[in-house]
Design a protein. Structure first.
Length: 648
């Protein structure tokens, strides 16, 4: 796991500023504490930060072909690299190292742009081919590893693993994109391909970008879409469970390759527990497992994690976090660079730091909810789609729309009694209903939060468009597989994988997610809905596959999630921070936010009338972005976590 940077002249062979390249690379020192490397030629320069995992002695980067005309900077792991080495050797290529990095160089020489289709793993890389005067950027299928890029007015193209590297460049314009702000407050993250700055883009998952000197920088090319088989051709019942065990065992096995210590996150949920169970089968020594617990019982799963650890005799490491453990709050904006409203970043940072005290690589259970329909919203969506199919739109829209407007906002009640949102979703069509389901702040809240001046900047844009495009492009008509596909294209890359990458790399820890192997994803999307959602139980096939391997109450207990007690924090220890954010004036100076509505929302939350914690958290994180990134403030690393949170 590493960090990559680069500067390429798309128009000619102007000299690359090596000192600037070094500064860009150094800004991400947390991503690669084991070494740095730089290579510049007229018109191109690459930087690299190394976290040594494979071929520790010989895998330094940038790495070259035999005559030095092709070189690469790369972040990630290609798990099938040994098979590719054999194939490329048979084609006449000579390998000087034992690293997976060198495969990329020779694969590019042999297969050109199609090389990326042969890689199985997680990666973001850049290849420069001097003979062809060509830059080739690539990102893995699900978006586990990031790459940001920008084309400057003078024709220089810059790229880096994190936005903070690009912000070092003095010619990069920091112009906040209003549509990205709308997306953020609607969804809680800035989606691909956007960046909070309109001058920067993220290379989307499963895409590559080829730039030839003297040509225009075009649009990225999609090289993969999940191949979804006909549901009738898929196994069911016990046969499906057995097939899944085999598939997951293979996915876990290939992610155990390492020359450094490795372990696993163990939350006590079915996903991470299944990964640990398979690791215990495959390893000859005890698994190193890591969990975070909370003193608040409503947020604590550590007892379940301990039971799985005892069952599989892992070397278990657990740390209890106080309910008021929010001292990372001030550092989050500098870690994520963009506004990011997923508060589970805090425990993810904590468990990553704990794991890094003992290992360099950790396997995770990320992806289980997306692959096997574990989120509650999938069950709600299935039910709502049934109603939409049975009740004509001419009846459904006025009926449920009226009920939604009249029903009170019962934030403090159980989900089944908070029918207002459900009525409004039923009144909407499929895309709008799902948008309402996943929104952090709904349309009504955003319309009151944003000033008329900001709404004018949007020019009619609505965050619904983020979901509408993948809904239209989904290669399936199955309602469940369709929203899983939409989540894979939006939520998974923009929120989950962003959260884990930045949190783990802040601690210089590599994470691997076997449930997000692209072959697992294709298989899961192809399954009939009844194998994933059965009698209201999500992840049915995954749970069936591990019956007898994991305790019954771990498999079938209600989903808890990796969350923090935000509502209580804003009525207690976080209140002074929020008051300070409001008093600083940063939010009001933008001219985008209605101060009266914000203060009313805070008062409602403090009184207990409404739970506005997600709204308040979103504002707090946006203010932190303005303070630590946009205004160029400096936040120093602390508590041993390798965090670079400065902004140029």
């Amino acid at each position: 796991m590493c960090g990559i940077t680069g500067i390429v002249d798309t128009r000619g062979r102007r000299a690359v500023d090596r000192d600037l390249l070094v500064r860009m690379t150094d800004r991400m020192a947390h991503r690669g504490p084991d070494g740095t490397g730089y290579h510049t030629i007229p018109g191109a320069g690459f930087g690299h930060l190394r976290l040594a995992i494979i071929d520790v002695a010989g895998g330094q980067q940038p790495l070259f072909n035999e005559d030095g005309t092709v070189f690469v900077t790369y972040n990630g792991e290609i798990y099938n690299y040994r098979e590719l080495v054999a194939e490329l050797t048979a084609c006449g290529h000579r390998f000087r190292t034992h690293s997976d990095t060198e495969v990329i160089v020779h694969a590019w020489e042999e297969w050109g742009e199609a090389c990326i289709e042969r890689f199985r793993g997680m990666f973001a890389f850049a290849v420069w081919d001097e003979r062809k005067e060509t830059l080739f950027l690539g990102r893995d299928r699900l978006g586990k590893k990031p790459v940001h890029y920008a084309v400057l007015p003078d024709g220089m193209l810059i790229f880096g693993s994190e936005l903070k590297a690009l912000l070092c460049h003095p010619n990069l314009e920091r112009r906040i994109d209003p549509t990205a702000v709308e997306d953020y407050f609607a969804l809680g993250y800035v989606p691909e391909t956007k960046c909070i700055y309109g001058t920067v883009r993220k290379l989307p998952p499963a895409h590559s970008l080829t730039v030839r000197r003297g040509g225009q920088v075009g649009e990225p090319r999609c090289y993969w879409e999940p191949r979804i088989e006909a549901a009738s051709a898929m196994p069911s019942g016990a046969e499906a469970a057995e097939a899944l065990r085999t598939l997951l065992r293979d996915a876990v096995d290939m992610r155990l390759m390492s020359e450094v210590p490795l372990g696993a996150f163990l939350s006590g949920g079915v996903d991470s527990s299944a990964v640990v169970a398979l690791m215990a089968d495959l390893l000859s020594e005890p698994v190193n497992s890591f969990s975070i617990g909370f003193r608040q019982a409503s947020h604590d799963e550590s007892e379940y994690a301990r039971r799985v650890a005892e069952q599989y005799k892992t070397r278990h490491h657990s740390r209890i976090v106080d309910a008021d453990d929010f001292d990372l709050v001030d550092r989050l904006p500098g870690i994520y660079d963009e506004p990011f409203a997923d508060s589970s970043a805090i425990p993810t940072l904590r468990v990553s730091a704990l794991a890094r005290e003992n290992v360099t690589v950790a396997l995770s259970g990320d992806g289980g909810d997306e692959a096997f329909a574990g989120y509650r919203r999938y069950r709600w969506h299935q039910t709502e789609e049934t109603v939409r199919r049975l009740v004509p739109a001419g009846v459904r829209r006025p009926l449920f729309g009226t009920l939604g407007r009249l029903y009170p906002q019962l934030d403090w009640m159980p989900r089944k009694l908070r029918a207002k949102a459900t009525f409004l979703e039923l009144a909407a069509d499929t895309v709008d209903g799902f948008f309402l389901n996943v929104s952090v702040l709904n349309d009504a809240v955003r319309s009151r939060l944003f000033t008329s001046a900001f709404r004018g900047l949007l020019q009619g844009y609505h965050a619904r468009e983020v979901l509408a495009a993948p809904f239209a492009a989904a290669p399936t008509d199955d309602p469940l597989a369709r929203i899983q596909y939409v989540d894979m294209k939006t939520w998974l890359a923009g929120d989950i994988l962003t959260k884990v990458d930045r949190a783990s790399m802040a601690a210089s820890l590599e994470t691997r997610a076997p449930l997000l192997d692209h072959k697992v994803i294709e298989w899961a999307l192809s399954l009939p809905a009844s194998e994933k959602l059965c009698d209201g139980i999500g992840k049915a096939v995954l749970k069936k596959a591990f019956e007898g391997r994991l305790p019954e109450d771990i498999l079938y207990r209600p989903k808890q999630g990796f969350s923090v007690p935000l509502a209580a924090w804003f009525r207690g220890p976080l209140r002074p921070r929020f008051d300070a954010a409001l008093a600083s004036g940063r939010l009001w100076e933008t001219g985008w936010f209605d101060r009266g509505f914000v203060e009313t929302s805070l008062a409602q939350h403090q009184s207990g009338v409404r739970d506005n914690s997600r709204f308040l958290w979103s504002l707090l994180m946006f203010d932190g972005f303005l303070r630590d990134v946009h205004e160029g403030a400096v936040t120093t690393a602390s508590s041993g976590e390798r965090v670079s949170a400065t902004a140029a």
